[in-house]
Design a protein around this ligand. Structure first.
Ligand SMILES: Nc1ncnc2c1ncn2[C@@H]1O[C@H](COP(=O)(O)OP(=O)(O)OP(=O)(O)O)[C@@H](O)[C@H]1O
Ligand SMILES: [Mg+2]
Length: 239
């Protein structure tokens, strides 16, 4: 059975169909790239999977159980965690407290939360800034902290929206190493990125959206050489 199944999912904003009858399945342990030009509907699709936006039509199921329209907190408890294109952390709280708040909210006791926070701080190389307020971190460190928040209780499904955008190459390497090692131990991801070399390196399979619809869903290299995909990135006016 699929871990995640989307069938005919639609989201409209006035006259614009941001996501247009999207259907796909994700099996436990997959790391799926979600690519497509700006405005093609990637973030809107993640918003529906994480409960931040309710679909206008279609069905989303997690472990075979319908979950469309549930709130983000409900989906978090079911194991769907989300990273945002614009980083969301508590800026006036220090790094460790950000992690502890997330862990306690998801049911860890104080001791387990502290142990998990310590281990993530090490893994994400945030040890030297652990007592700084999140607002004092660099953009890349804030993203690393957001990874930590997502993984205080390892989710069934992690949704990452452009984690590598505008971060220092060293941070990018830490993030991709984190994703690679978690994937190797069975973590399921959907990764939105415009960074094709990283998508090729990390994601065995990719889905490409254009104008709200899926135009390719196949092994990543096949998707990137697909004519419709190339045309979509060139703006549909390829010679
Ligand atoms: N809250 C909203 N209200 C109105 N239109 C919206 C809203 N959110 C998204 N859209 C529109 O829906 C379309 C899809 O946007 P979305 O943010 O999902 O694209 P994206 O693929 O994530 O783009 P990018 O690569 O630039 O992040 C765009 O035309 C966008 O302007
Ligand atoms: Mg987006």
């Amino acid at each position: 059975m699929s871990l995640l199944s989307a069938k005919g999912v639609v989201k409209r904003y006035g006259g614009l169909t941001a996501v247009d009858k999207v259907s796909f399945d994700v099996t436990k342990g997959e790391l799926v790239g979600l690519i497509g030009p700006n405005g093609s509907g990637k973030t809107t699709l993640l918003n529906m999977l994480s409960g931040h936006v309710a679909p206008d039509a279609g069905e989303i199921a997690l472990d075979g159980k319908p979950c469309q329209g549930l709130k983000p907190e409900q989906l978090a408890h079911l194991g769907v965690m989300r990273m945002f294109q614009l980083t969301r952390v508590f800026r006036r709280m220090n790094v460790v407290d950000n992690l502890l708040v997330a862990g306690r909210a998801l049911g860890l006791d104080a001791k387990a939360a502290l142990a998990q926070a310590d281990s993530l701080v090490d893994e994400l190389r945030l040890g030297h800034v652990r007592h700084l307020d999140a607002g004092q971190l660099s953009g890349g460190q804030m993203k690393l902290l957001e990874f930590g928040v997502c993984f205080m209780v390892p989710p069934k499904l992690a949704l990452l929206d452009e984690p590598f955008a505008a971060v220092h190459p060293i941070m990018k390497e830490i993030m991709s190493g984190f994703i690679r090692s978690r994937h190797a131990s069975g973590q399921t991801f959907i990764l939105v990125s415009h960074d094709m070399p990283v998508v090729v390196e990390l994601c065995p399979r990719s889905i490409c959206m254009n104008a709200g619809a899926i135009i390719a869903d196949a092994p990543t290299r096949e998707v990137l050489s697909n004519e419709r995909v190339i045309e979509a990135y060139l703006g549909g006016h390829a010679a």
